[in-house]
Design a protein around this ligand. Structure first.
Ligand SMILES: NC(=O)c1ccc[n+]([C@@H]2O[C@H](COP(=O)([O-])OP(=O)(O)OC[C@H]3O[C@@H](n4cnc5c(N)ncnc54)[C@H](O)[C@@H]3O)[C@@H](O)[C@H]2O)c1
Length: 283
């Protein structure tokens, strides 16, 4: 069955992790496209303040994506506030603790998988049944090119994003006949707090607005995966064909261990302290 292309005018879009960074830029892009947007974030006050900057068609809500009840309340509040059923869910909330695998503690491992993987699963389990029943709607998961390309210092983050890429692709197949879109956007490095303090050197870096544009494009075109920038996506797709020894040389030249060896600890600590505090507040 062909997909029902969603009109964004007055559509209801829910964005997780929307108080800052890519989520906030995505919320703004959907408002600019004529949609109503519910911004959910662990930091509910910041989400409310962010929504206030976007005008009357945006609302801010407290949300913990790792807690299915909290996620259900968020989607319920979004539908009640805007008076219509959910059209688009953007699973964007994510964290990126960085450390050599052997130095990272298990609590951080679990927090990373909880937010980055189970948070997305919760959102899909809650949003998809209604969309499939209405035979319209879209879920866009903000994964990462780290879901296709391993990087030193990000092993568990890599694992979480590989999981989201697989989850998205398989679910997309399952709901295709209903006309509902499930897709992933795969950013390279983006200038947000999440990557702050890591000197990415020659690795291509983009702005949150570039990713926001790709999320909107995912909904409008129904493409299964969109890498940003596209040429990095092509390079990542070709990497498995390159002999490991040659790839190793390229990796060394590109300083692919930046998340371990090229870290400004003072700058990075601000982000890592926020993530740790958010993990502790969830218990
Ligand atoms: N910045 C990058 O370089 C980059 C690259 C590739 C992919 N991504 C992905 O993009 C997404 C957004 O990242 P960002 O760079 O905007 O990060 P960010 O840290 O700037 O913003 C993430 C937001 O998610 C919120 N959040 C964290 N845990 C949450 C939870 N349990 N429930 C609800 N909200 C929660 C945070 O409070 C924060 O406001 C993430 O999934 C990330 O993995 C980022």
């Amino acid at each position: 069955m062909s997909r029902t292309r969603p009109a964004l005018d007055d559509a209801l879009v829910a964005v997780t992790g929307a108080a800052r960074g890519i989520g906030l830029a995505t919320a703004r892009a959907f408002v600019d496209a004529g949609a109503c947007v519910a911004l959910g974030d662990l930091d509910g006050e910041l989400a409310a303040r962010a929504a206030a900057t976007l005008g009357a068609r945006a609302t801010g809500h407290q949300l913990d994506v790792t807690d299915k009840e909290s996620f259900a309340s968020f989607l319920g509040a979004a539908e009640t506030s805007h008076g219509r059923a959910l059209d688009v869910l953007v699973n964007n909330a994510g964290i990126m603790p960085n450390a050599a695998f052997l130095d990272q503690d298990e609590r951080t491992d679990r927090q990373t998988m909880d937010v980055n993987v189970h948070g997305v699963i919760h959102g899909m389990r809650l949003a998809l049944p209604g969309m499939v029943e209405r035979r319209r709607g879209a879920v866009v998961n903000v994964a990462s090119l780290a879901g296709k390309f391993p990087l030193q210092g990000l092993a568990v983050y890599n694992a979480s994003k590989y999981a989201v890429v697989g989850l998205t692709a398989a679910t997309r197949l399952e709901v295709a006949a209903s006309g509902v879109h499930v897709g992933a956007v795969l950013p390279s490095a983006v200038r947000t707090e999440l990557s702050s303090g890591i000197d990415l050197g020659v690795l291509p870096t983009v702005d949150p607005e570039d990713i926001a544009g790709a999320v909107v494009r995912s909904v409008l075109t129904g493409r299964g995966e969109i890498a940003v920038p596209g040429y990095v996506g092509l390079a990542v797709a070709a990497a498995p064909l390159v002999p490991e020894r040659v790839l190793g040389i390229v990796r060394r030249l590109a300083r692919d261990d930046a998340a371990i060896s090229r870290v400004d600890d003072d700058v990075r600590r601000v982000y890592l302290d926020r993530v740790r505090a958010q993990g502790e507040s969830r218990g």
